[in-house]
Design a protein around this ligand. Structure first.
Ligand SMILES: C[S@@+](CC[C@H](N)C(=O)[O-])C[C@H]1O[C@@H](n2cnc3c(N)ncnc32)[C@H](O)[C@@H]1O
Length: 493
């Protein structure tokens, strides 16, 4: 299921070397996700995990402002932990066409920890066929919670074959056919349930009593991840959520945000058996697809600019690779605006801010580097909370990046900007102006992209018409030749 992997590798950009066979993707964008799926078994007993510890709002108006105004200068990172509360912020409800889902029982501010829970059943990656053993060792209560989860058997996993090949000893004559069939059916149920409900959990995969009730949206309002520091799966609100709103995460983590609708439909149907009807998928104007294509292109282009392209490929041949640092900075800023415009507010947004900050630092634009790093830290805290010691240890988190910028500033003989100062009116006006400019630039890019797309379509049409005309002409010639042959049979040949 959707994954950013462990927290410690969330900051890697598009992985140009890895390939997965489960996820049909554009060649340049690879997904590390494992996709899996299912169907509702026992709605009544579902979703009430004792492990859940909801927590109250931690969202400050500072983070709210920066969410609405992603490149605004008036941001102050706060890093305050969400105060824990006993109140459960969601309930499990049935929803037409989706089975069960989680719904907000009160308004949930951005950055709130909604779920924090331990895995129900955990296995190594690529070991679905071995899920039966760990399942059998579950306590009765956990087995009941697992059995209540949705079941789906993705055709490409061939669960029956996997069960018969892996788990049955063909020489065991003590088992009659009925026993074997029953065991196979049980194993299929366990594998299918695991496949459709699992999330990345450290280096393995795990199913959770509550998180596994989250339905998918390509414009998610929550972010899920496994936090190795606390050993729990956490789910945070990435924007303010209204009471009664369904909580949705994305099953297409990482680069999946850059897939266009057709790609997403293929993956979600194949692995989870449903067709997504979220706002992005319902957008028939092609606007969302256009933006996601451009965003994916920019993200990859920036990665190539910063780290180099694939072996043997001239970087400048790759679309969207910026020609110079100034262009790279503009593109990174555009990417931030487009992600926010598209409602993609989690880790890919962190990465875009990091890229903007890195390019700015290379250009010795220290204040901008600092500002974008602070925005990154804000989004990071919103999605992952504040217990991020593992990120600090690995040096991957935003705070470590901010520290690097601070060192660079000191080396350059400049004082680090004050971080706690909230913006005044003029700052807000400046930020609004800047954002307007950005949006105009983004719209221009999208327009250009749409124009190029329509030109490509026209060219395709013309080519198809030419081909049709050619076939028609050949047919006509053939018809005339046959007519002539019929009239003058003696001259045939
Ligand atoms: C991890 S479970 C989510 C909880 C599930 N709805 C339940 O009843 O337990 C994944 C399954 O939920 C359903 N689902 C998830 N997101 C959906 C969506 N956006 N539209 C329709 N069905 C969805 C699909 O049947 C999918 O296989």
């Amino acid at each position: 299921m959707a994954s950013d992997g462990t927290l410690s590798h969330i900051y890697f950009f598009v992985n140009k070397d890895s390939t997965t066979t489960t996820t049909p993707t554009k060649e340049r964008i690879q997904s590390p996700d494992s996709h899996s799926l299912s169907r509702s078994a026992s709605p009544a007993s579902a979703g009430s995990s004792d492990n859940d510890s909801g927590s109250g709002s931690s969202s400050s108006s500072a983070s709210k402002d920066s969410a609405l105004n992603p490149l605004a200068a008036d941001f102050a990172p706060t890093f305050t932990a969400a105060p824990p509360t006993a109140t459960k912020l969601y309930e499990v409800r049935e929803i037409a066409g989706k089975g069960l889902g989680l719904f907000a029982t009160s308004p949930i501010p951005r950055g709130t920890c909604i779920i924090s829970e331990k895995p129900l059943l955990r296995i190594s990656e690529n070991a679905l066929h071995l899920a039966w053993g760990p399942y059998c060792r579950l306590s009765n209560a956990d087995k009941k919670a697992f059995d209540a989860l949705h079941f789906y058997s993705p055709p490409h996993l061939h669960l029956e074959d996997a069960s018969r090949m892996q788990l049955i000893d063909p020489t065991d004559s003590s088992m009659d056919t009925e026993d074997v069939d029953e065991l196979v059916a049980d194993q299929i149920r366990v594998m299918g349930t695991f496949a459709c409900n699992n999330f990345q959990c450290g280096t393995g995969l795990a199913v959770f009593a509550t998180t596994s009730r989250l339905n998918h949206s390509c414009v998610p309002n929550v972010h899920h991840s496994f936090n190795p520091t606390i050993g729990q799966q956490t789910v945070y609100a990435v924007r303010d959520i209204a009471e009664g709103e369904e909580l949705c995460t994305t099953y297409l983590g990482g680069q999946g945000v850059y897939y266009v609708r057709a790609q997403r439909i293929e993956i979600l149907r194949g692995s989870y058996g449903f067709t997504c009807l979220c706002a992005a998928c319902a957008d028939v104007t092609g606007g969302s697809d256009g933006r996601r294509e451009v965003m994916g292109g920019i993200a990859y282009g920036l990665q190539c600019f910063q780290y180099g392209g694939p072996a043997g490929v001239e970087v400048q041949q790759i679309p969207y690779v910026p020609r110079n640092p100034a262009e790279a900075l503009k593109q990174a800023e555009d990417l931030v605006c487009m992600l926010v415009g598209e409602g993609v507010l989690s880790i890919e947004l962190c990465k875009a801010y990091r890229m903007a900050s890195m390019v700015a630092l290379n250009m010795r634009e220290y204040e901008r580097a600092w500002e974008y790093a602070c925005h990154e830290a804000d989004v990071e805290r919103t999605c992952l909370g504040s217990e991020l010691q593992d990120l600090v240890r690995s040096g991957a988190g935003a705070t470590c990046w901010i520290e690097k910028i601070r060192v660079a500033l000191v080396k350059a003989g400049r004082a680090p900007p004050a971080v706690t100062k909230r913006g005044g009116k003029t700052e807000r006006q400046k930020a609004a102006k800047r954002e307007k400019k950005m949006r105009m630039r983004v719209e221009k890019i999208a327009e250009k992209e749409a124009q190029m797309k329509s030109e490509r379509e026209v060219a395709k049409e013309v080519k198809a018409a030419e081909k049709r005309a050619k076939v028609e002409a050949q047919r006509e010639e053939e018809r005339k030749r046959r007519e002539y042959d019929a009239q003058f049979p003696g001259l045939k040949g």
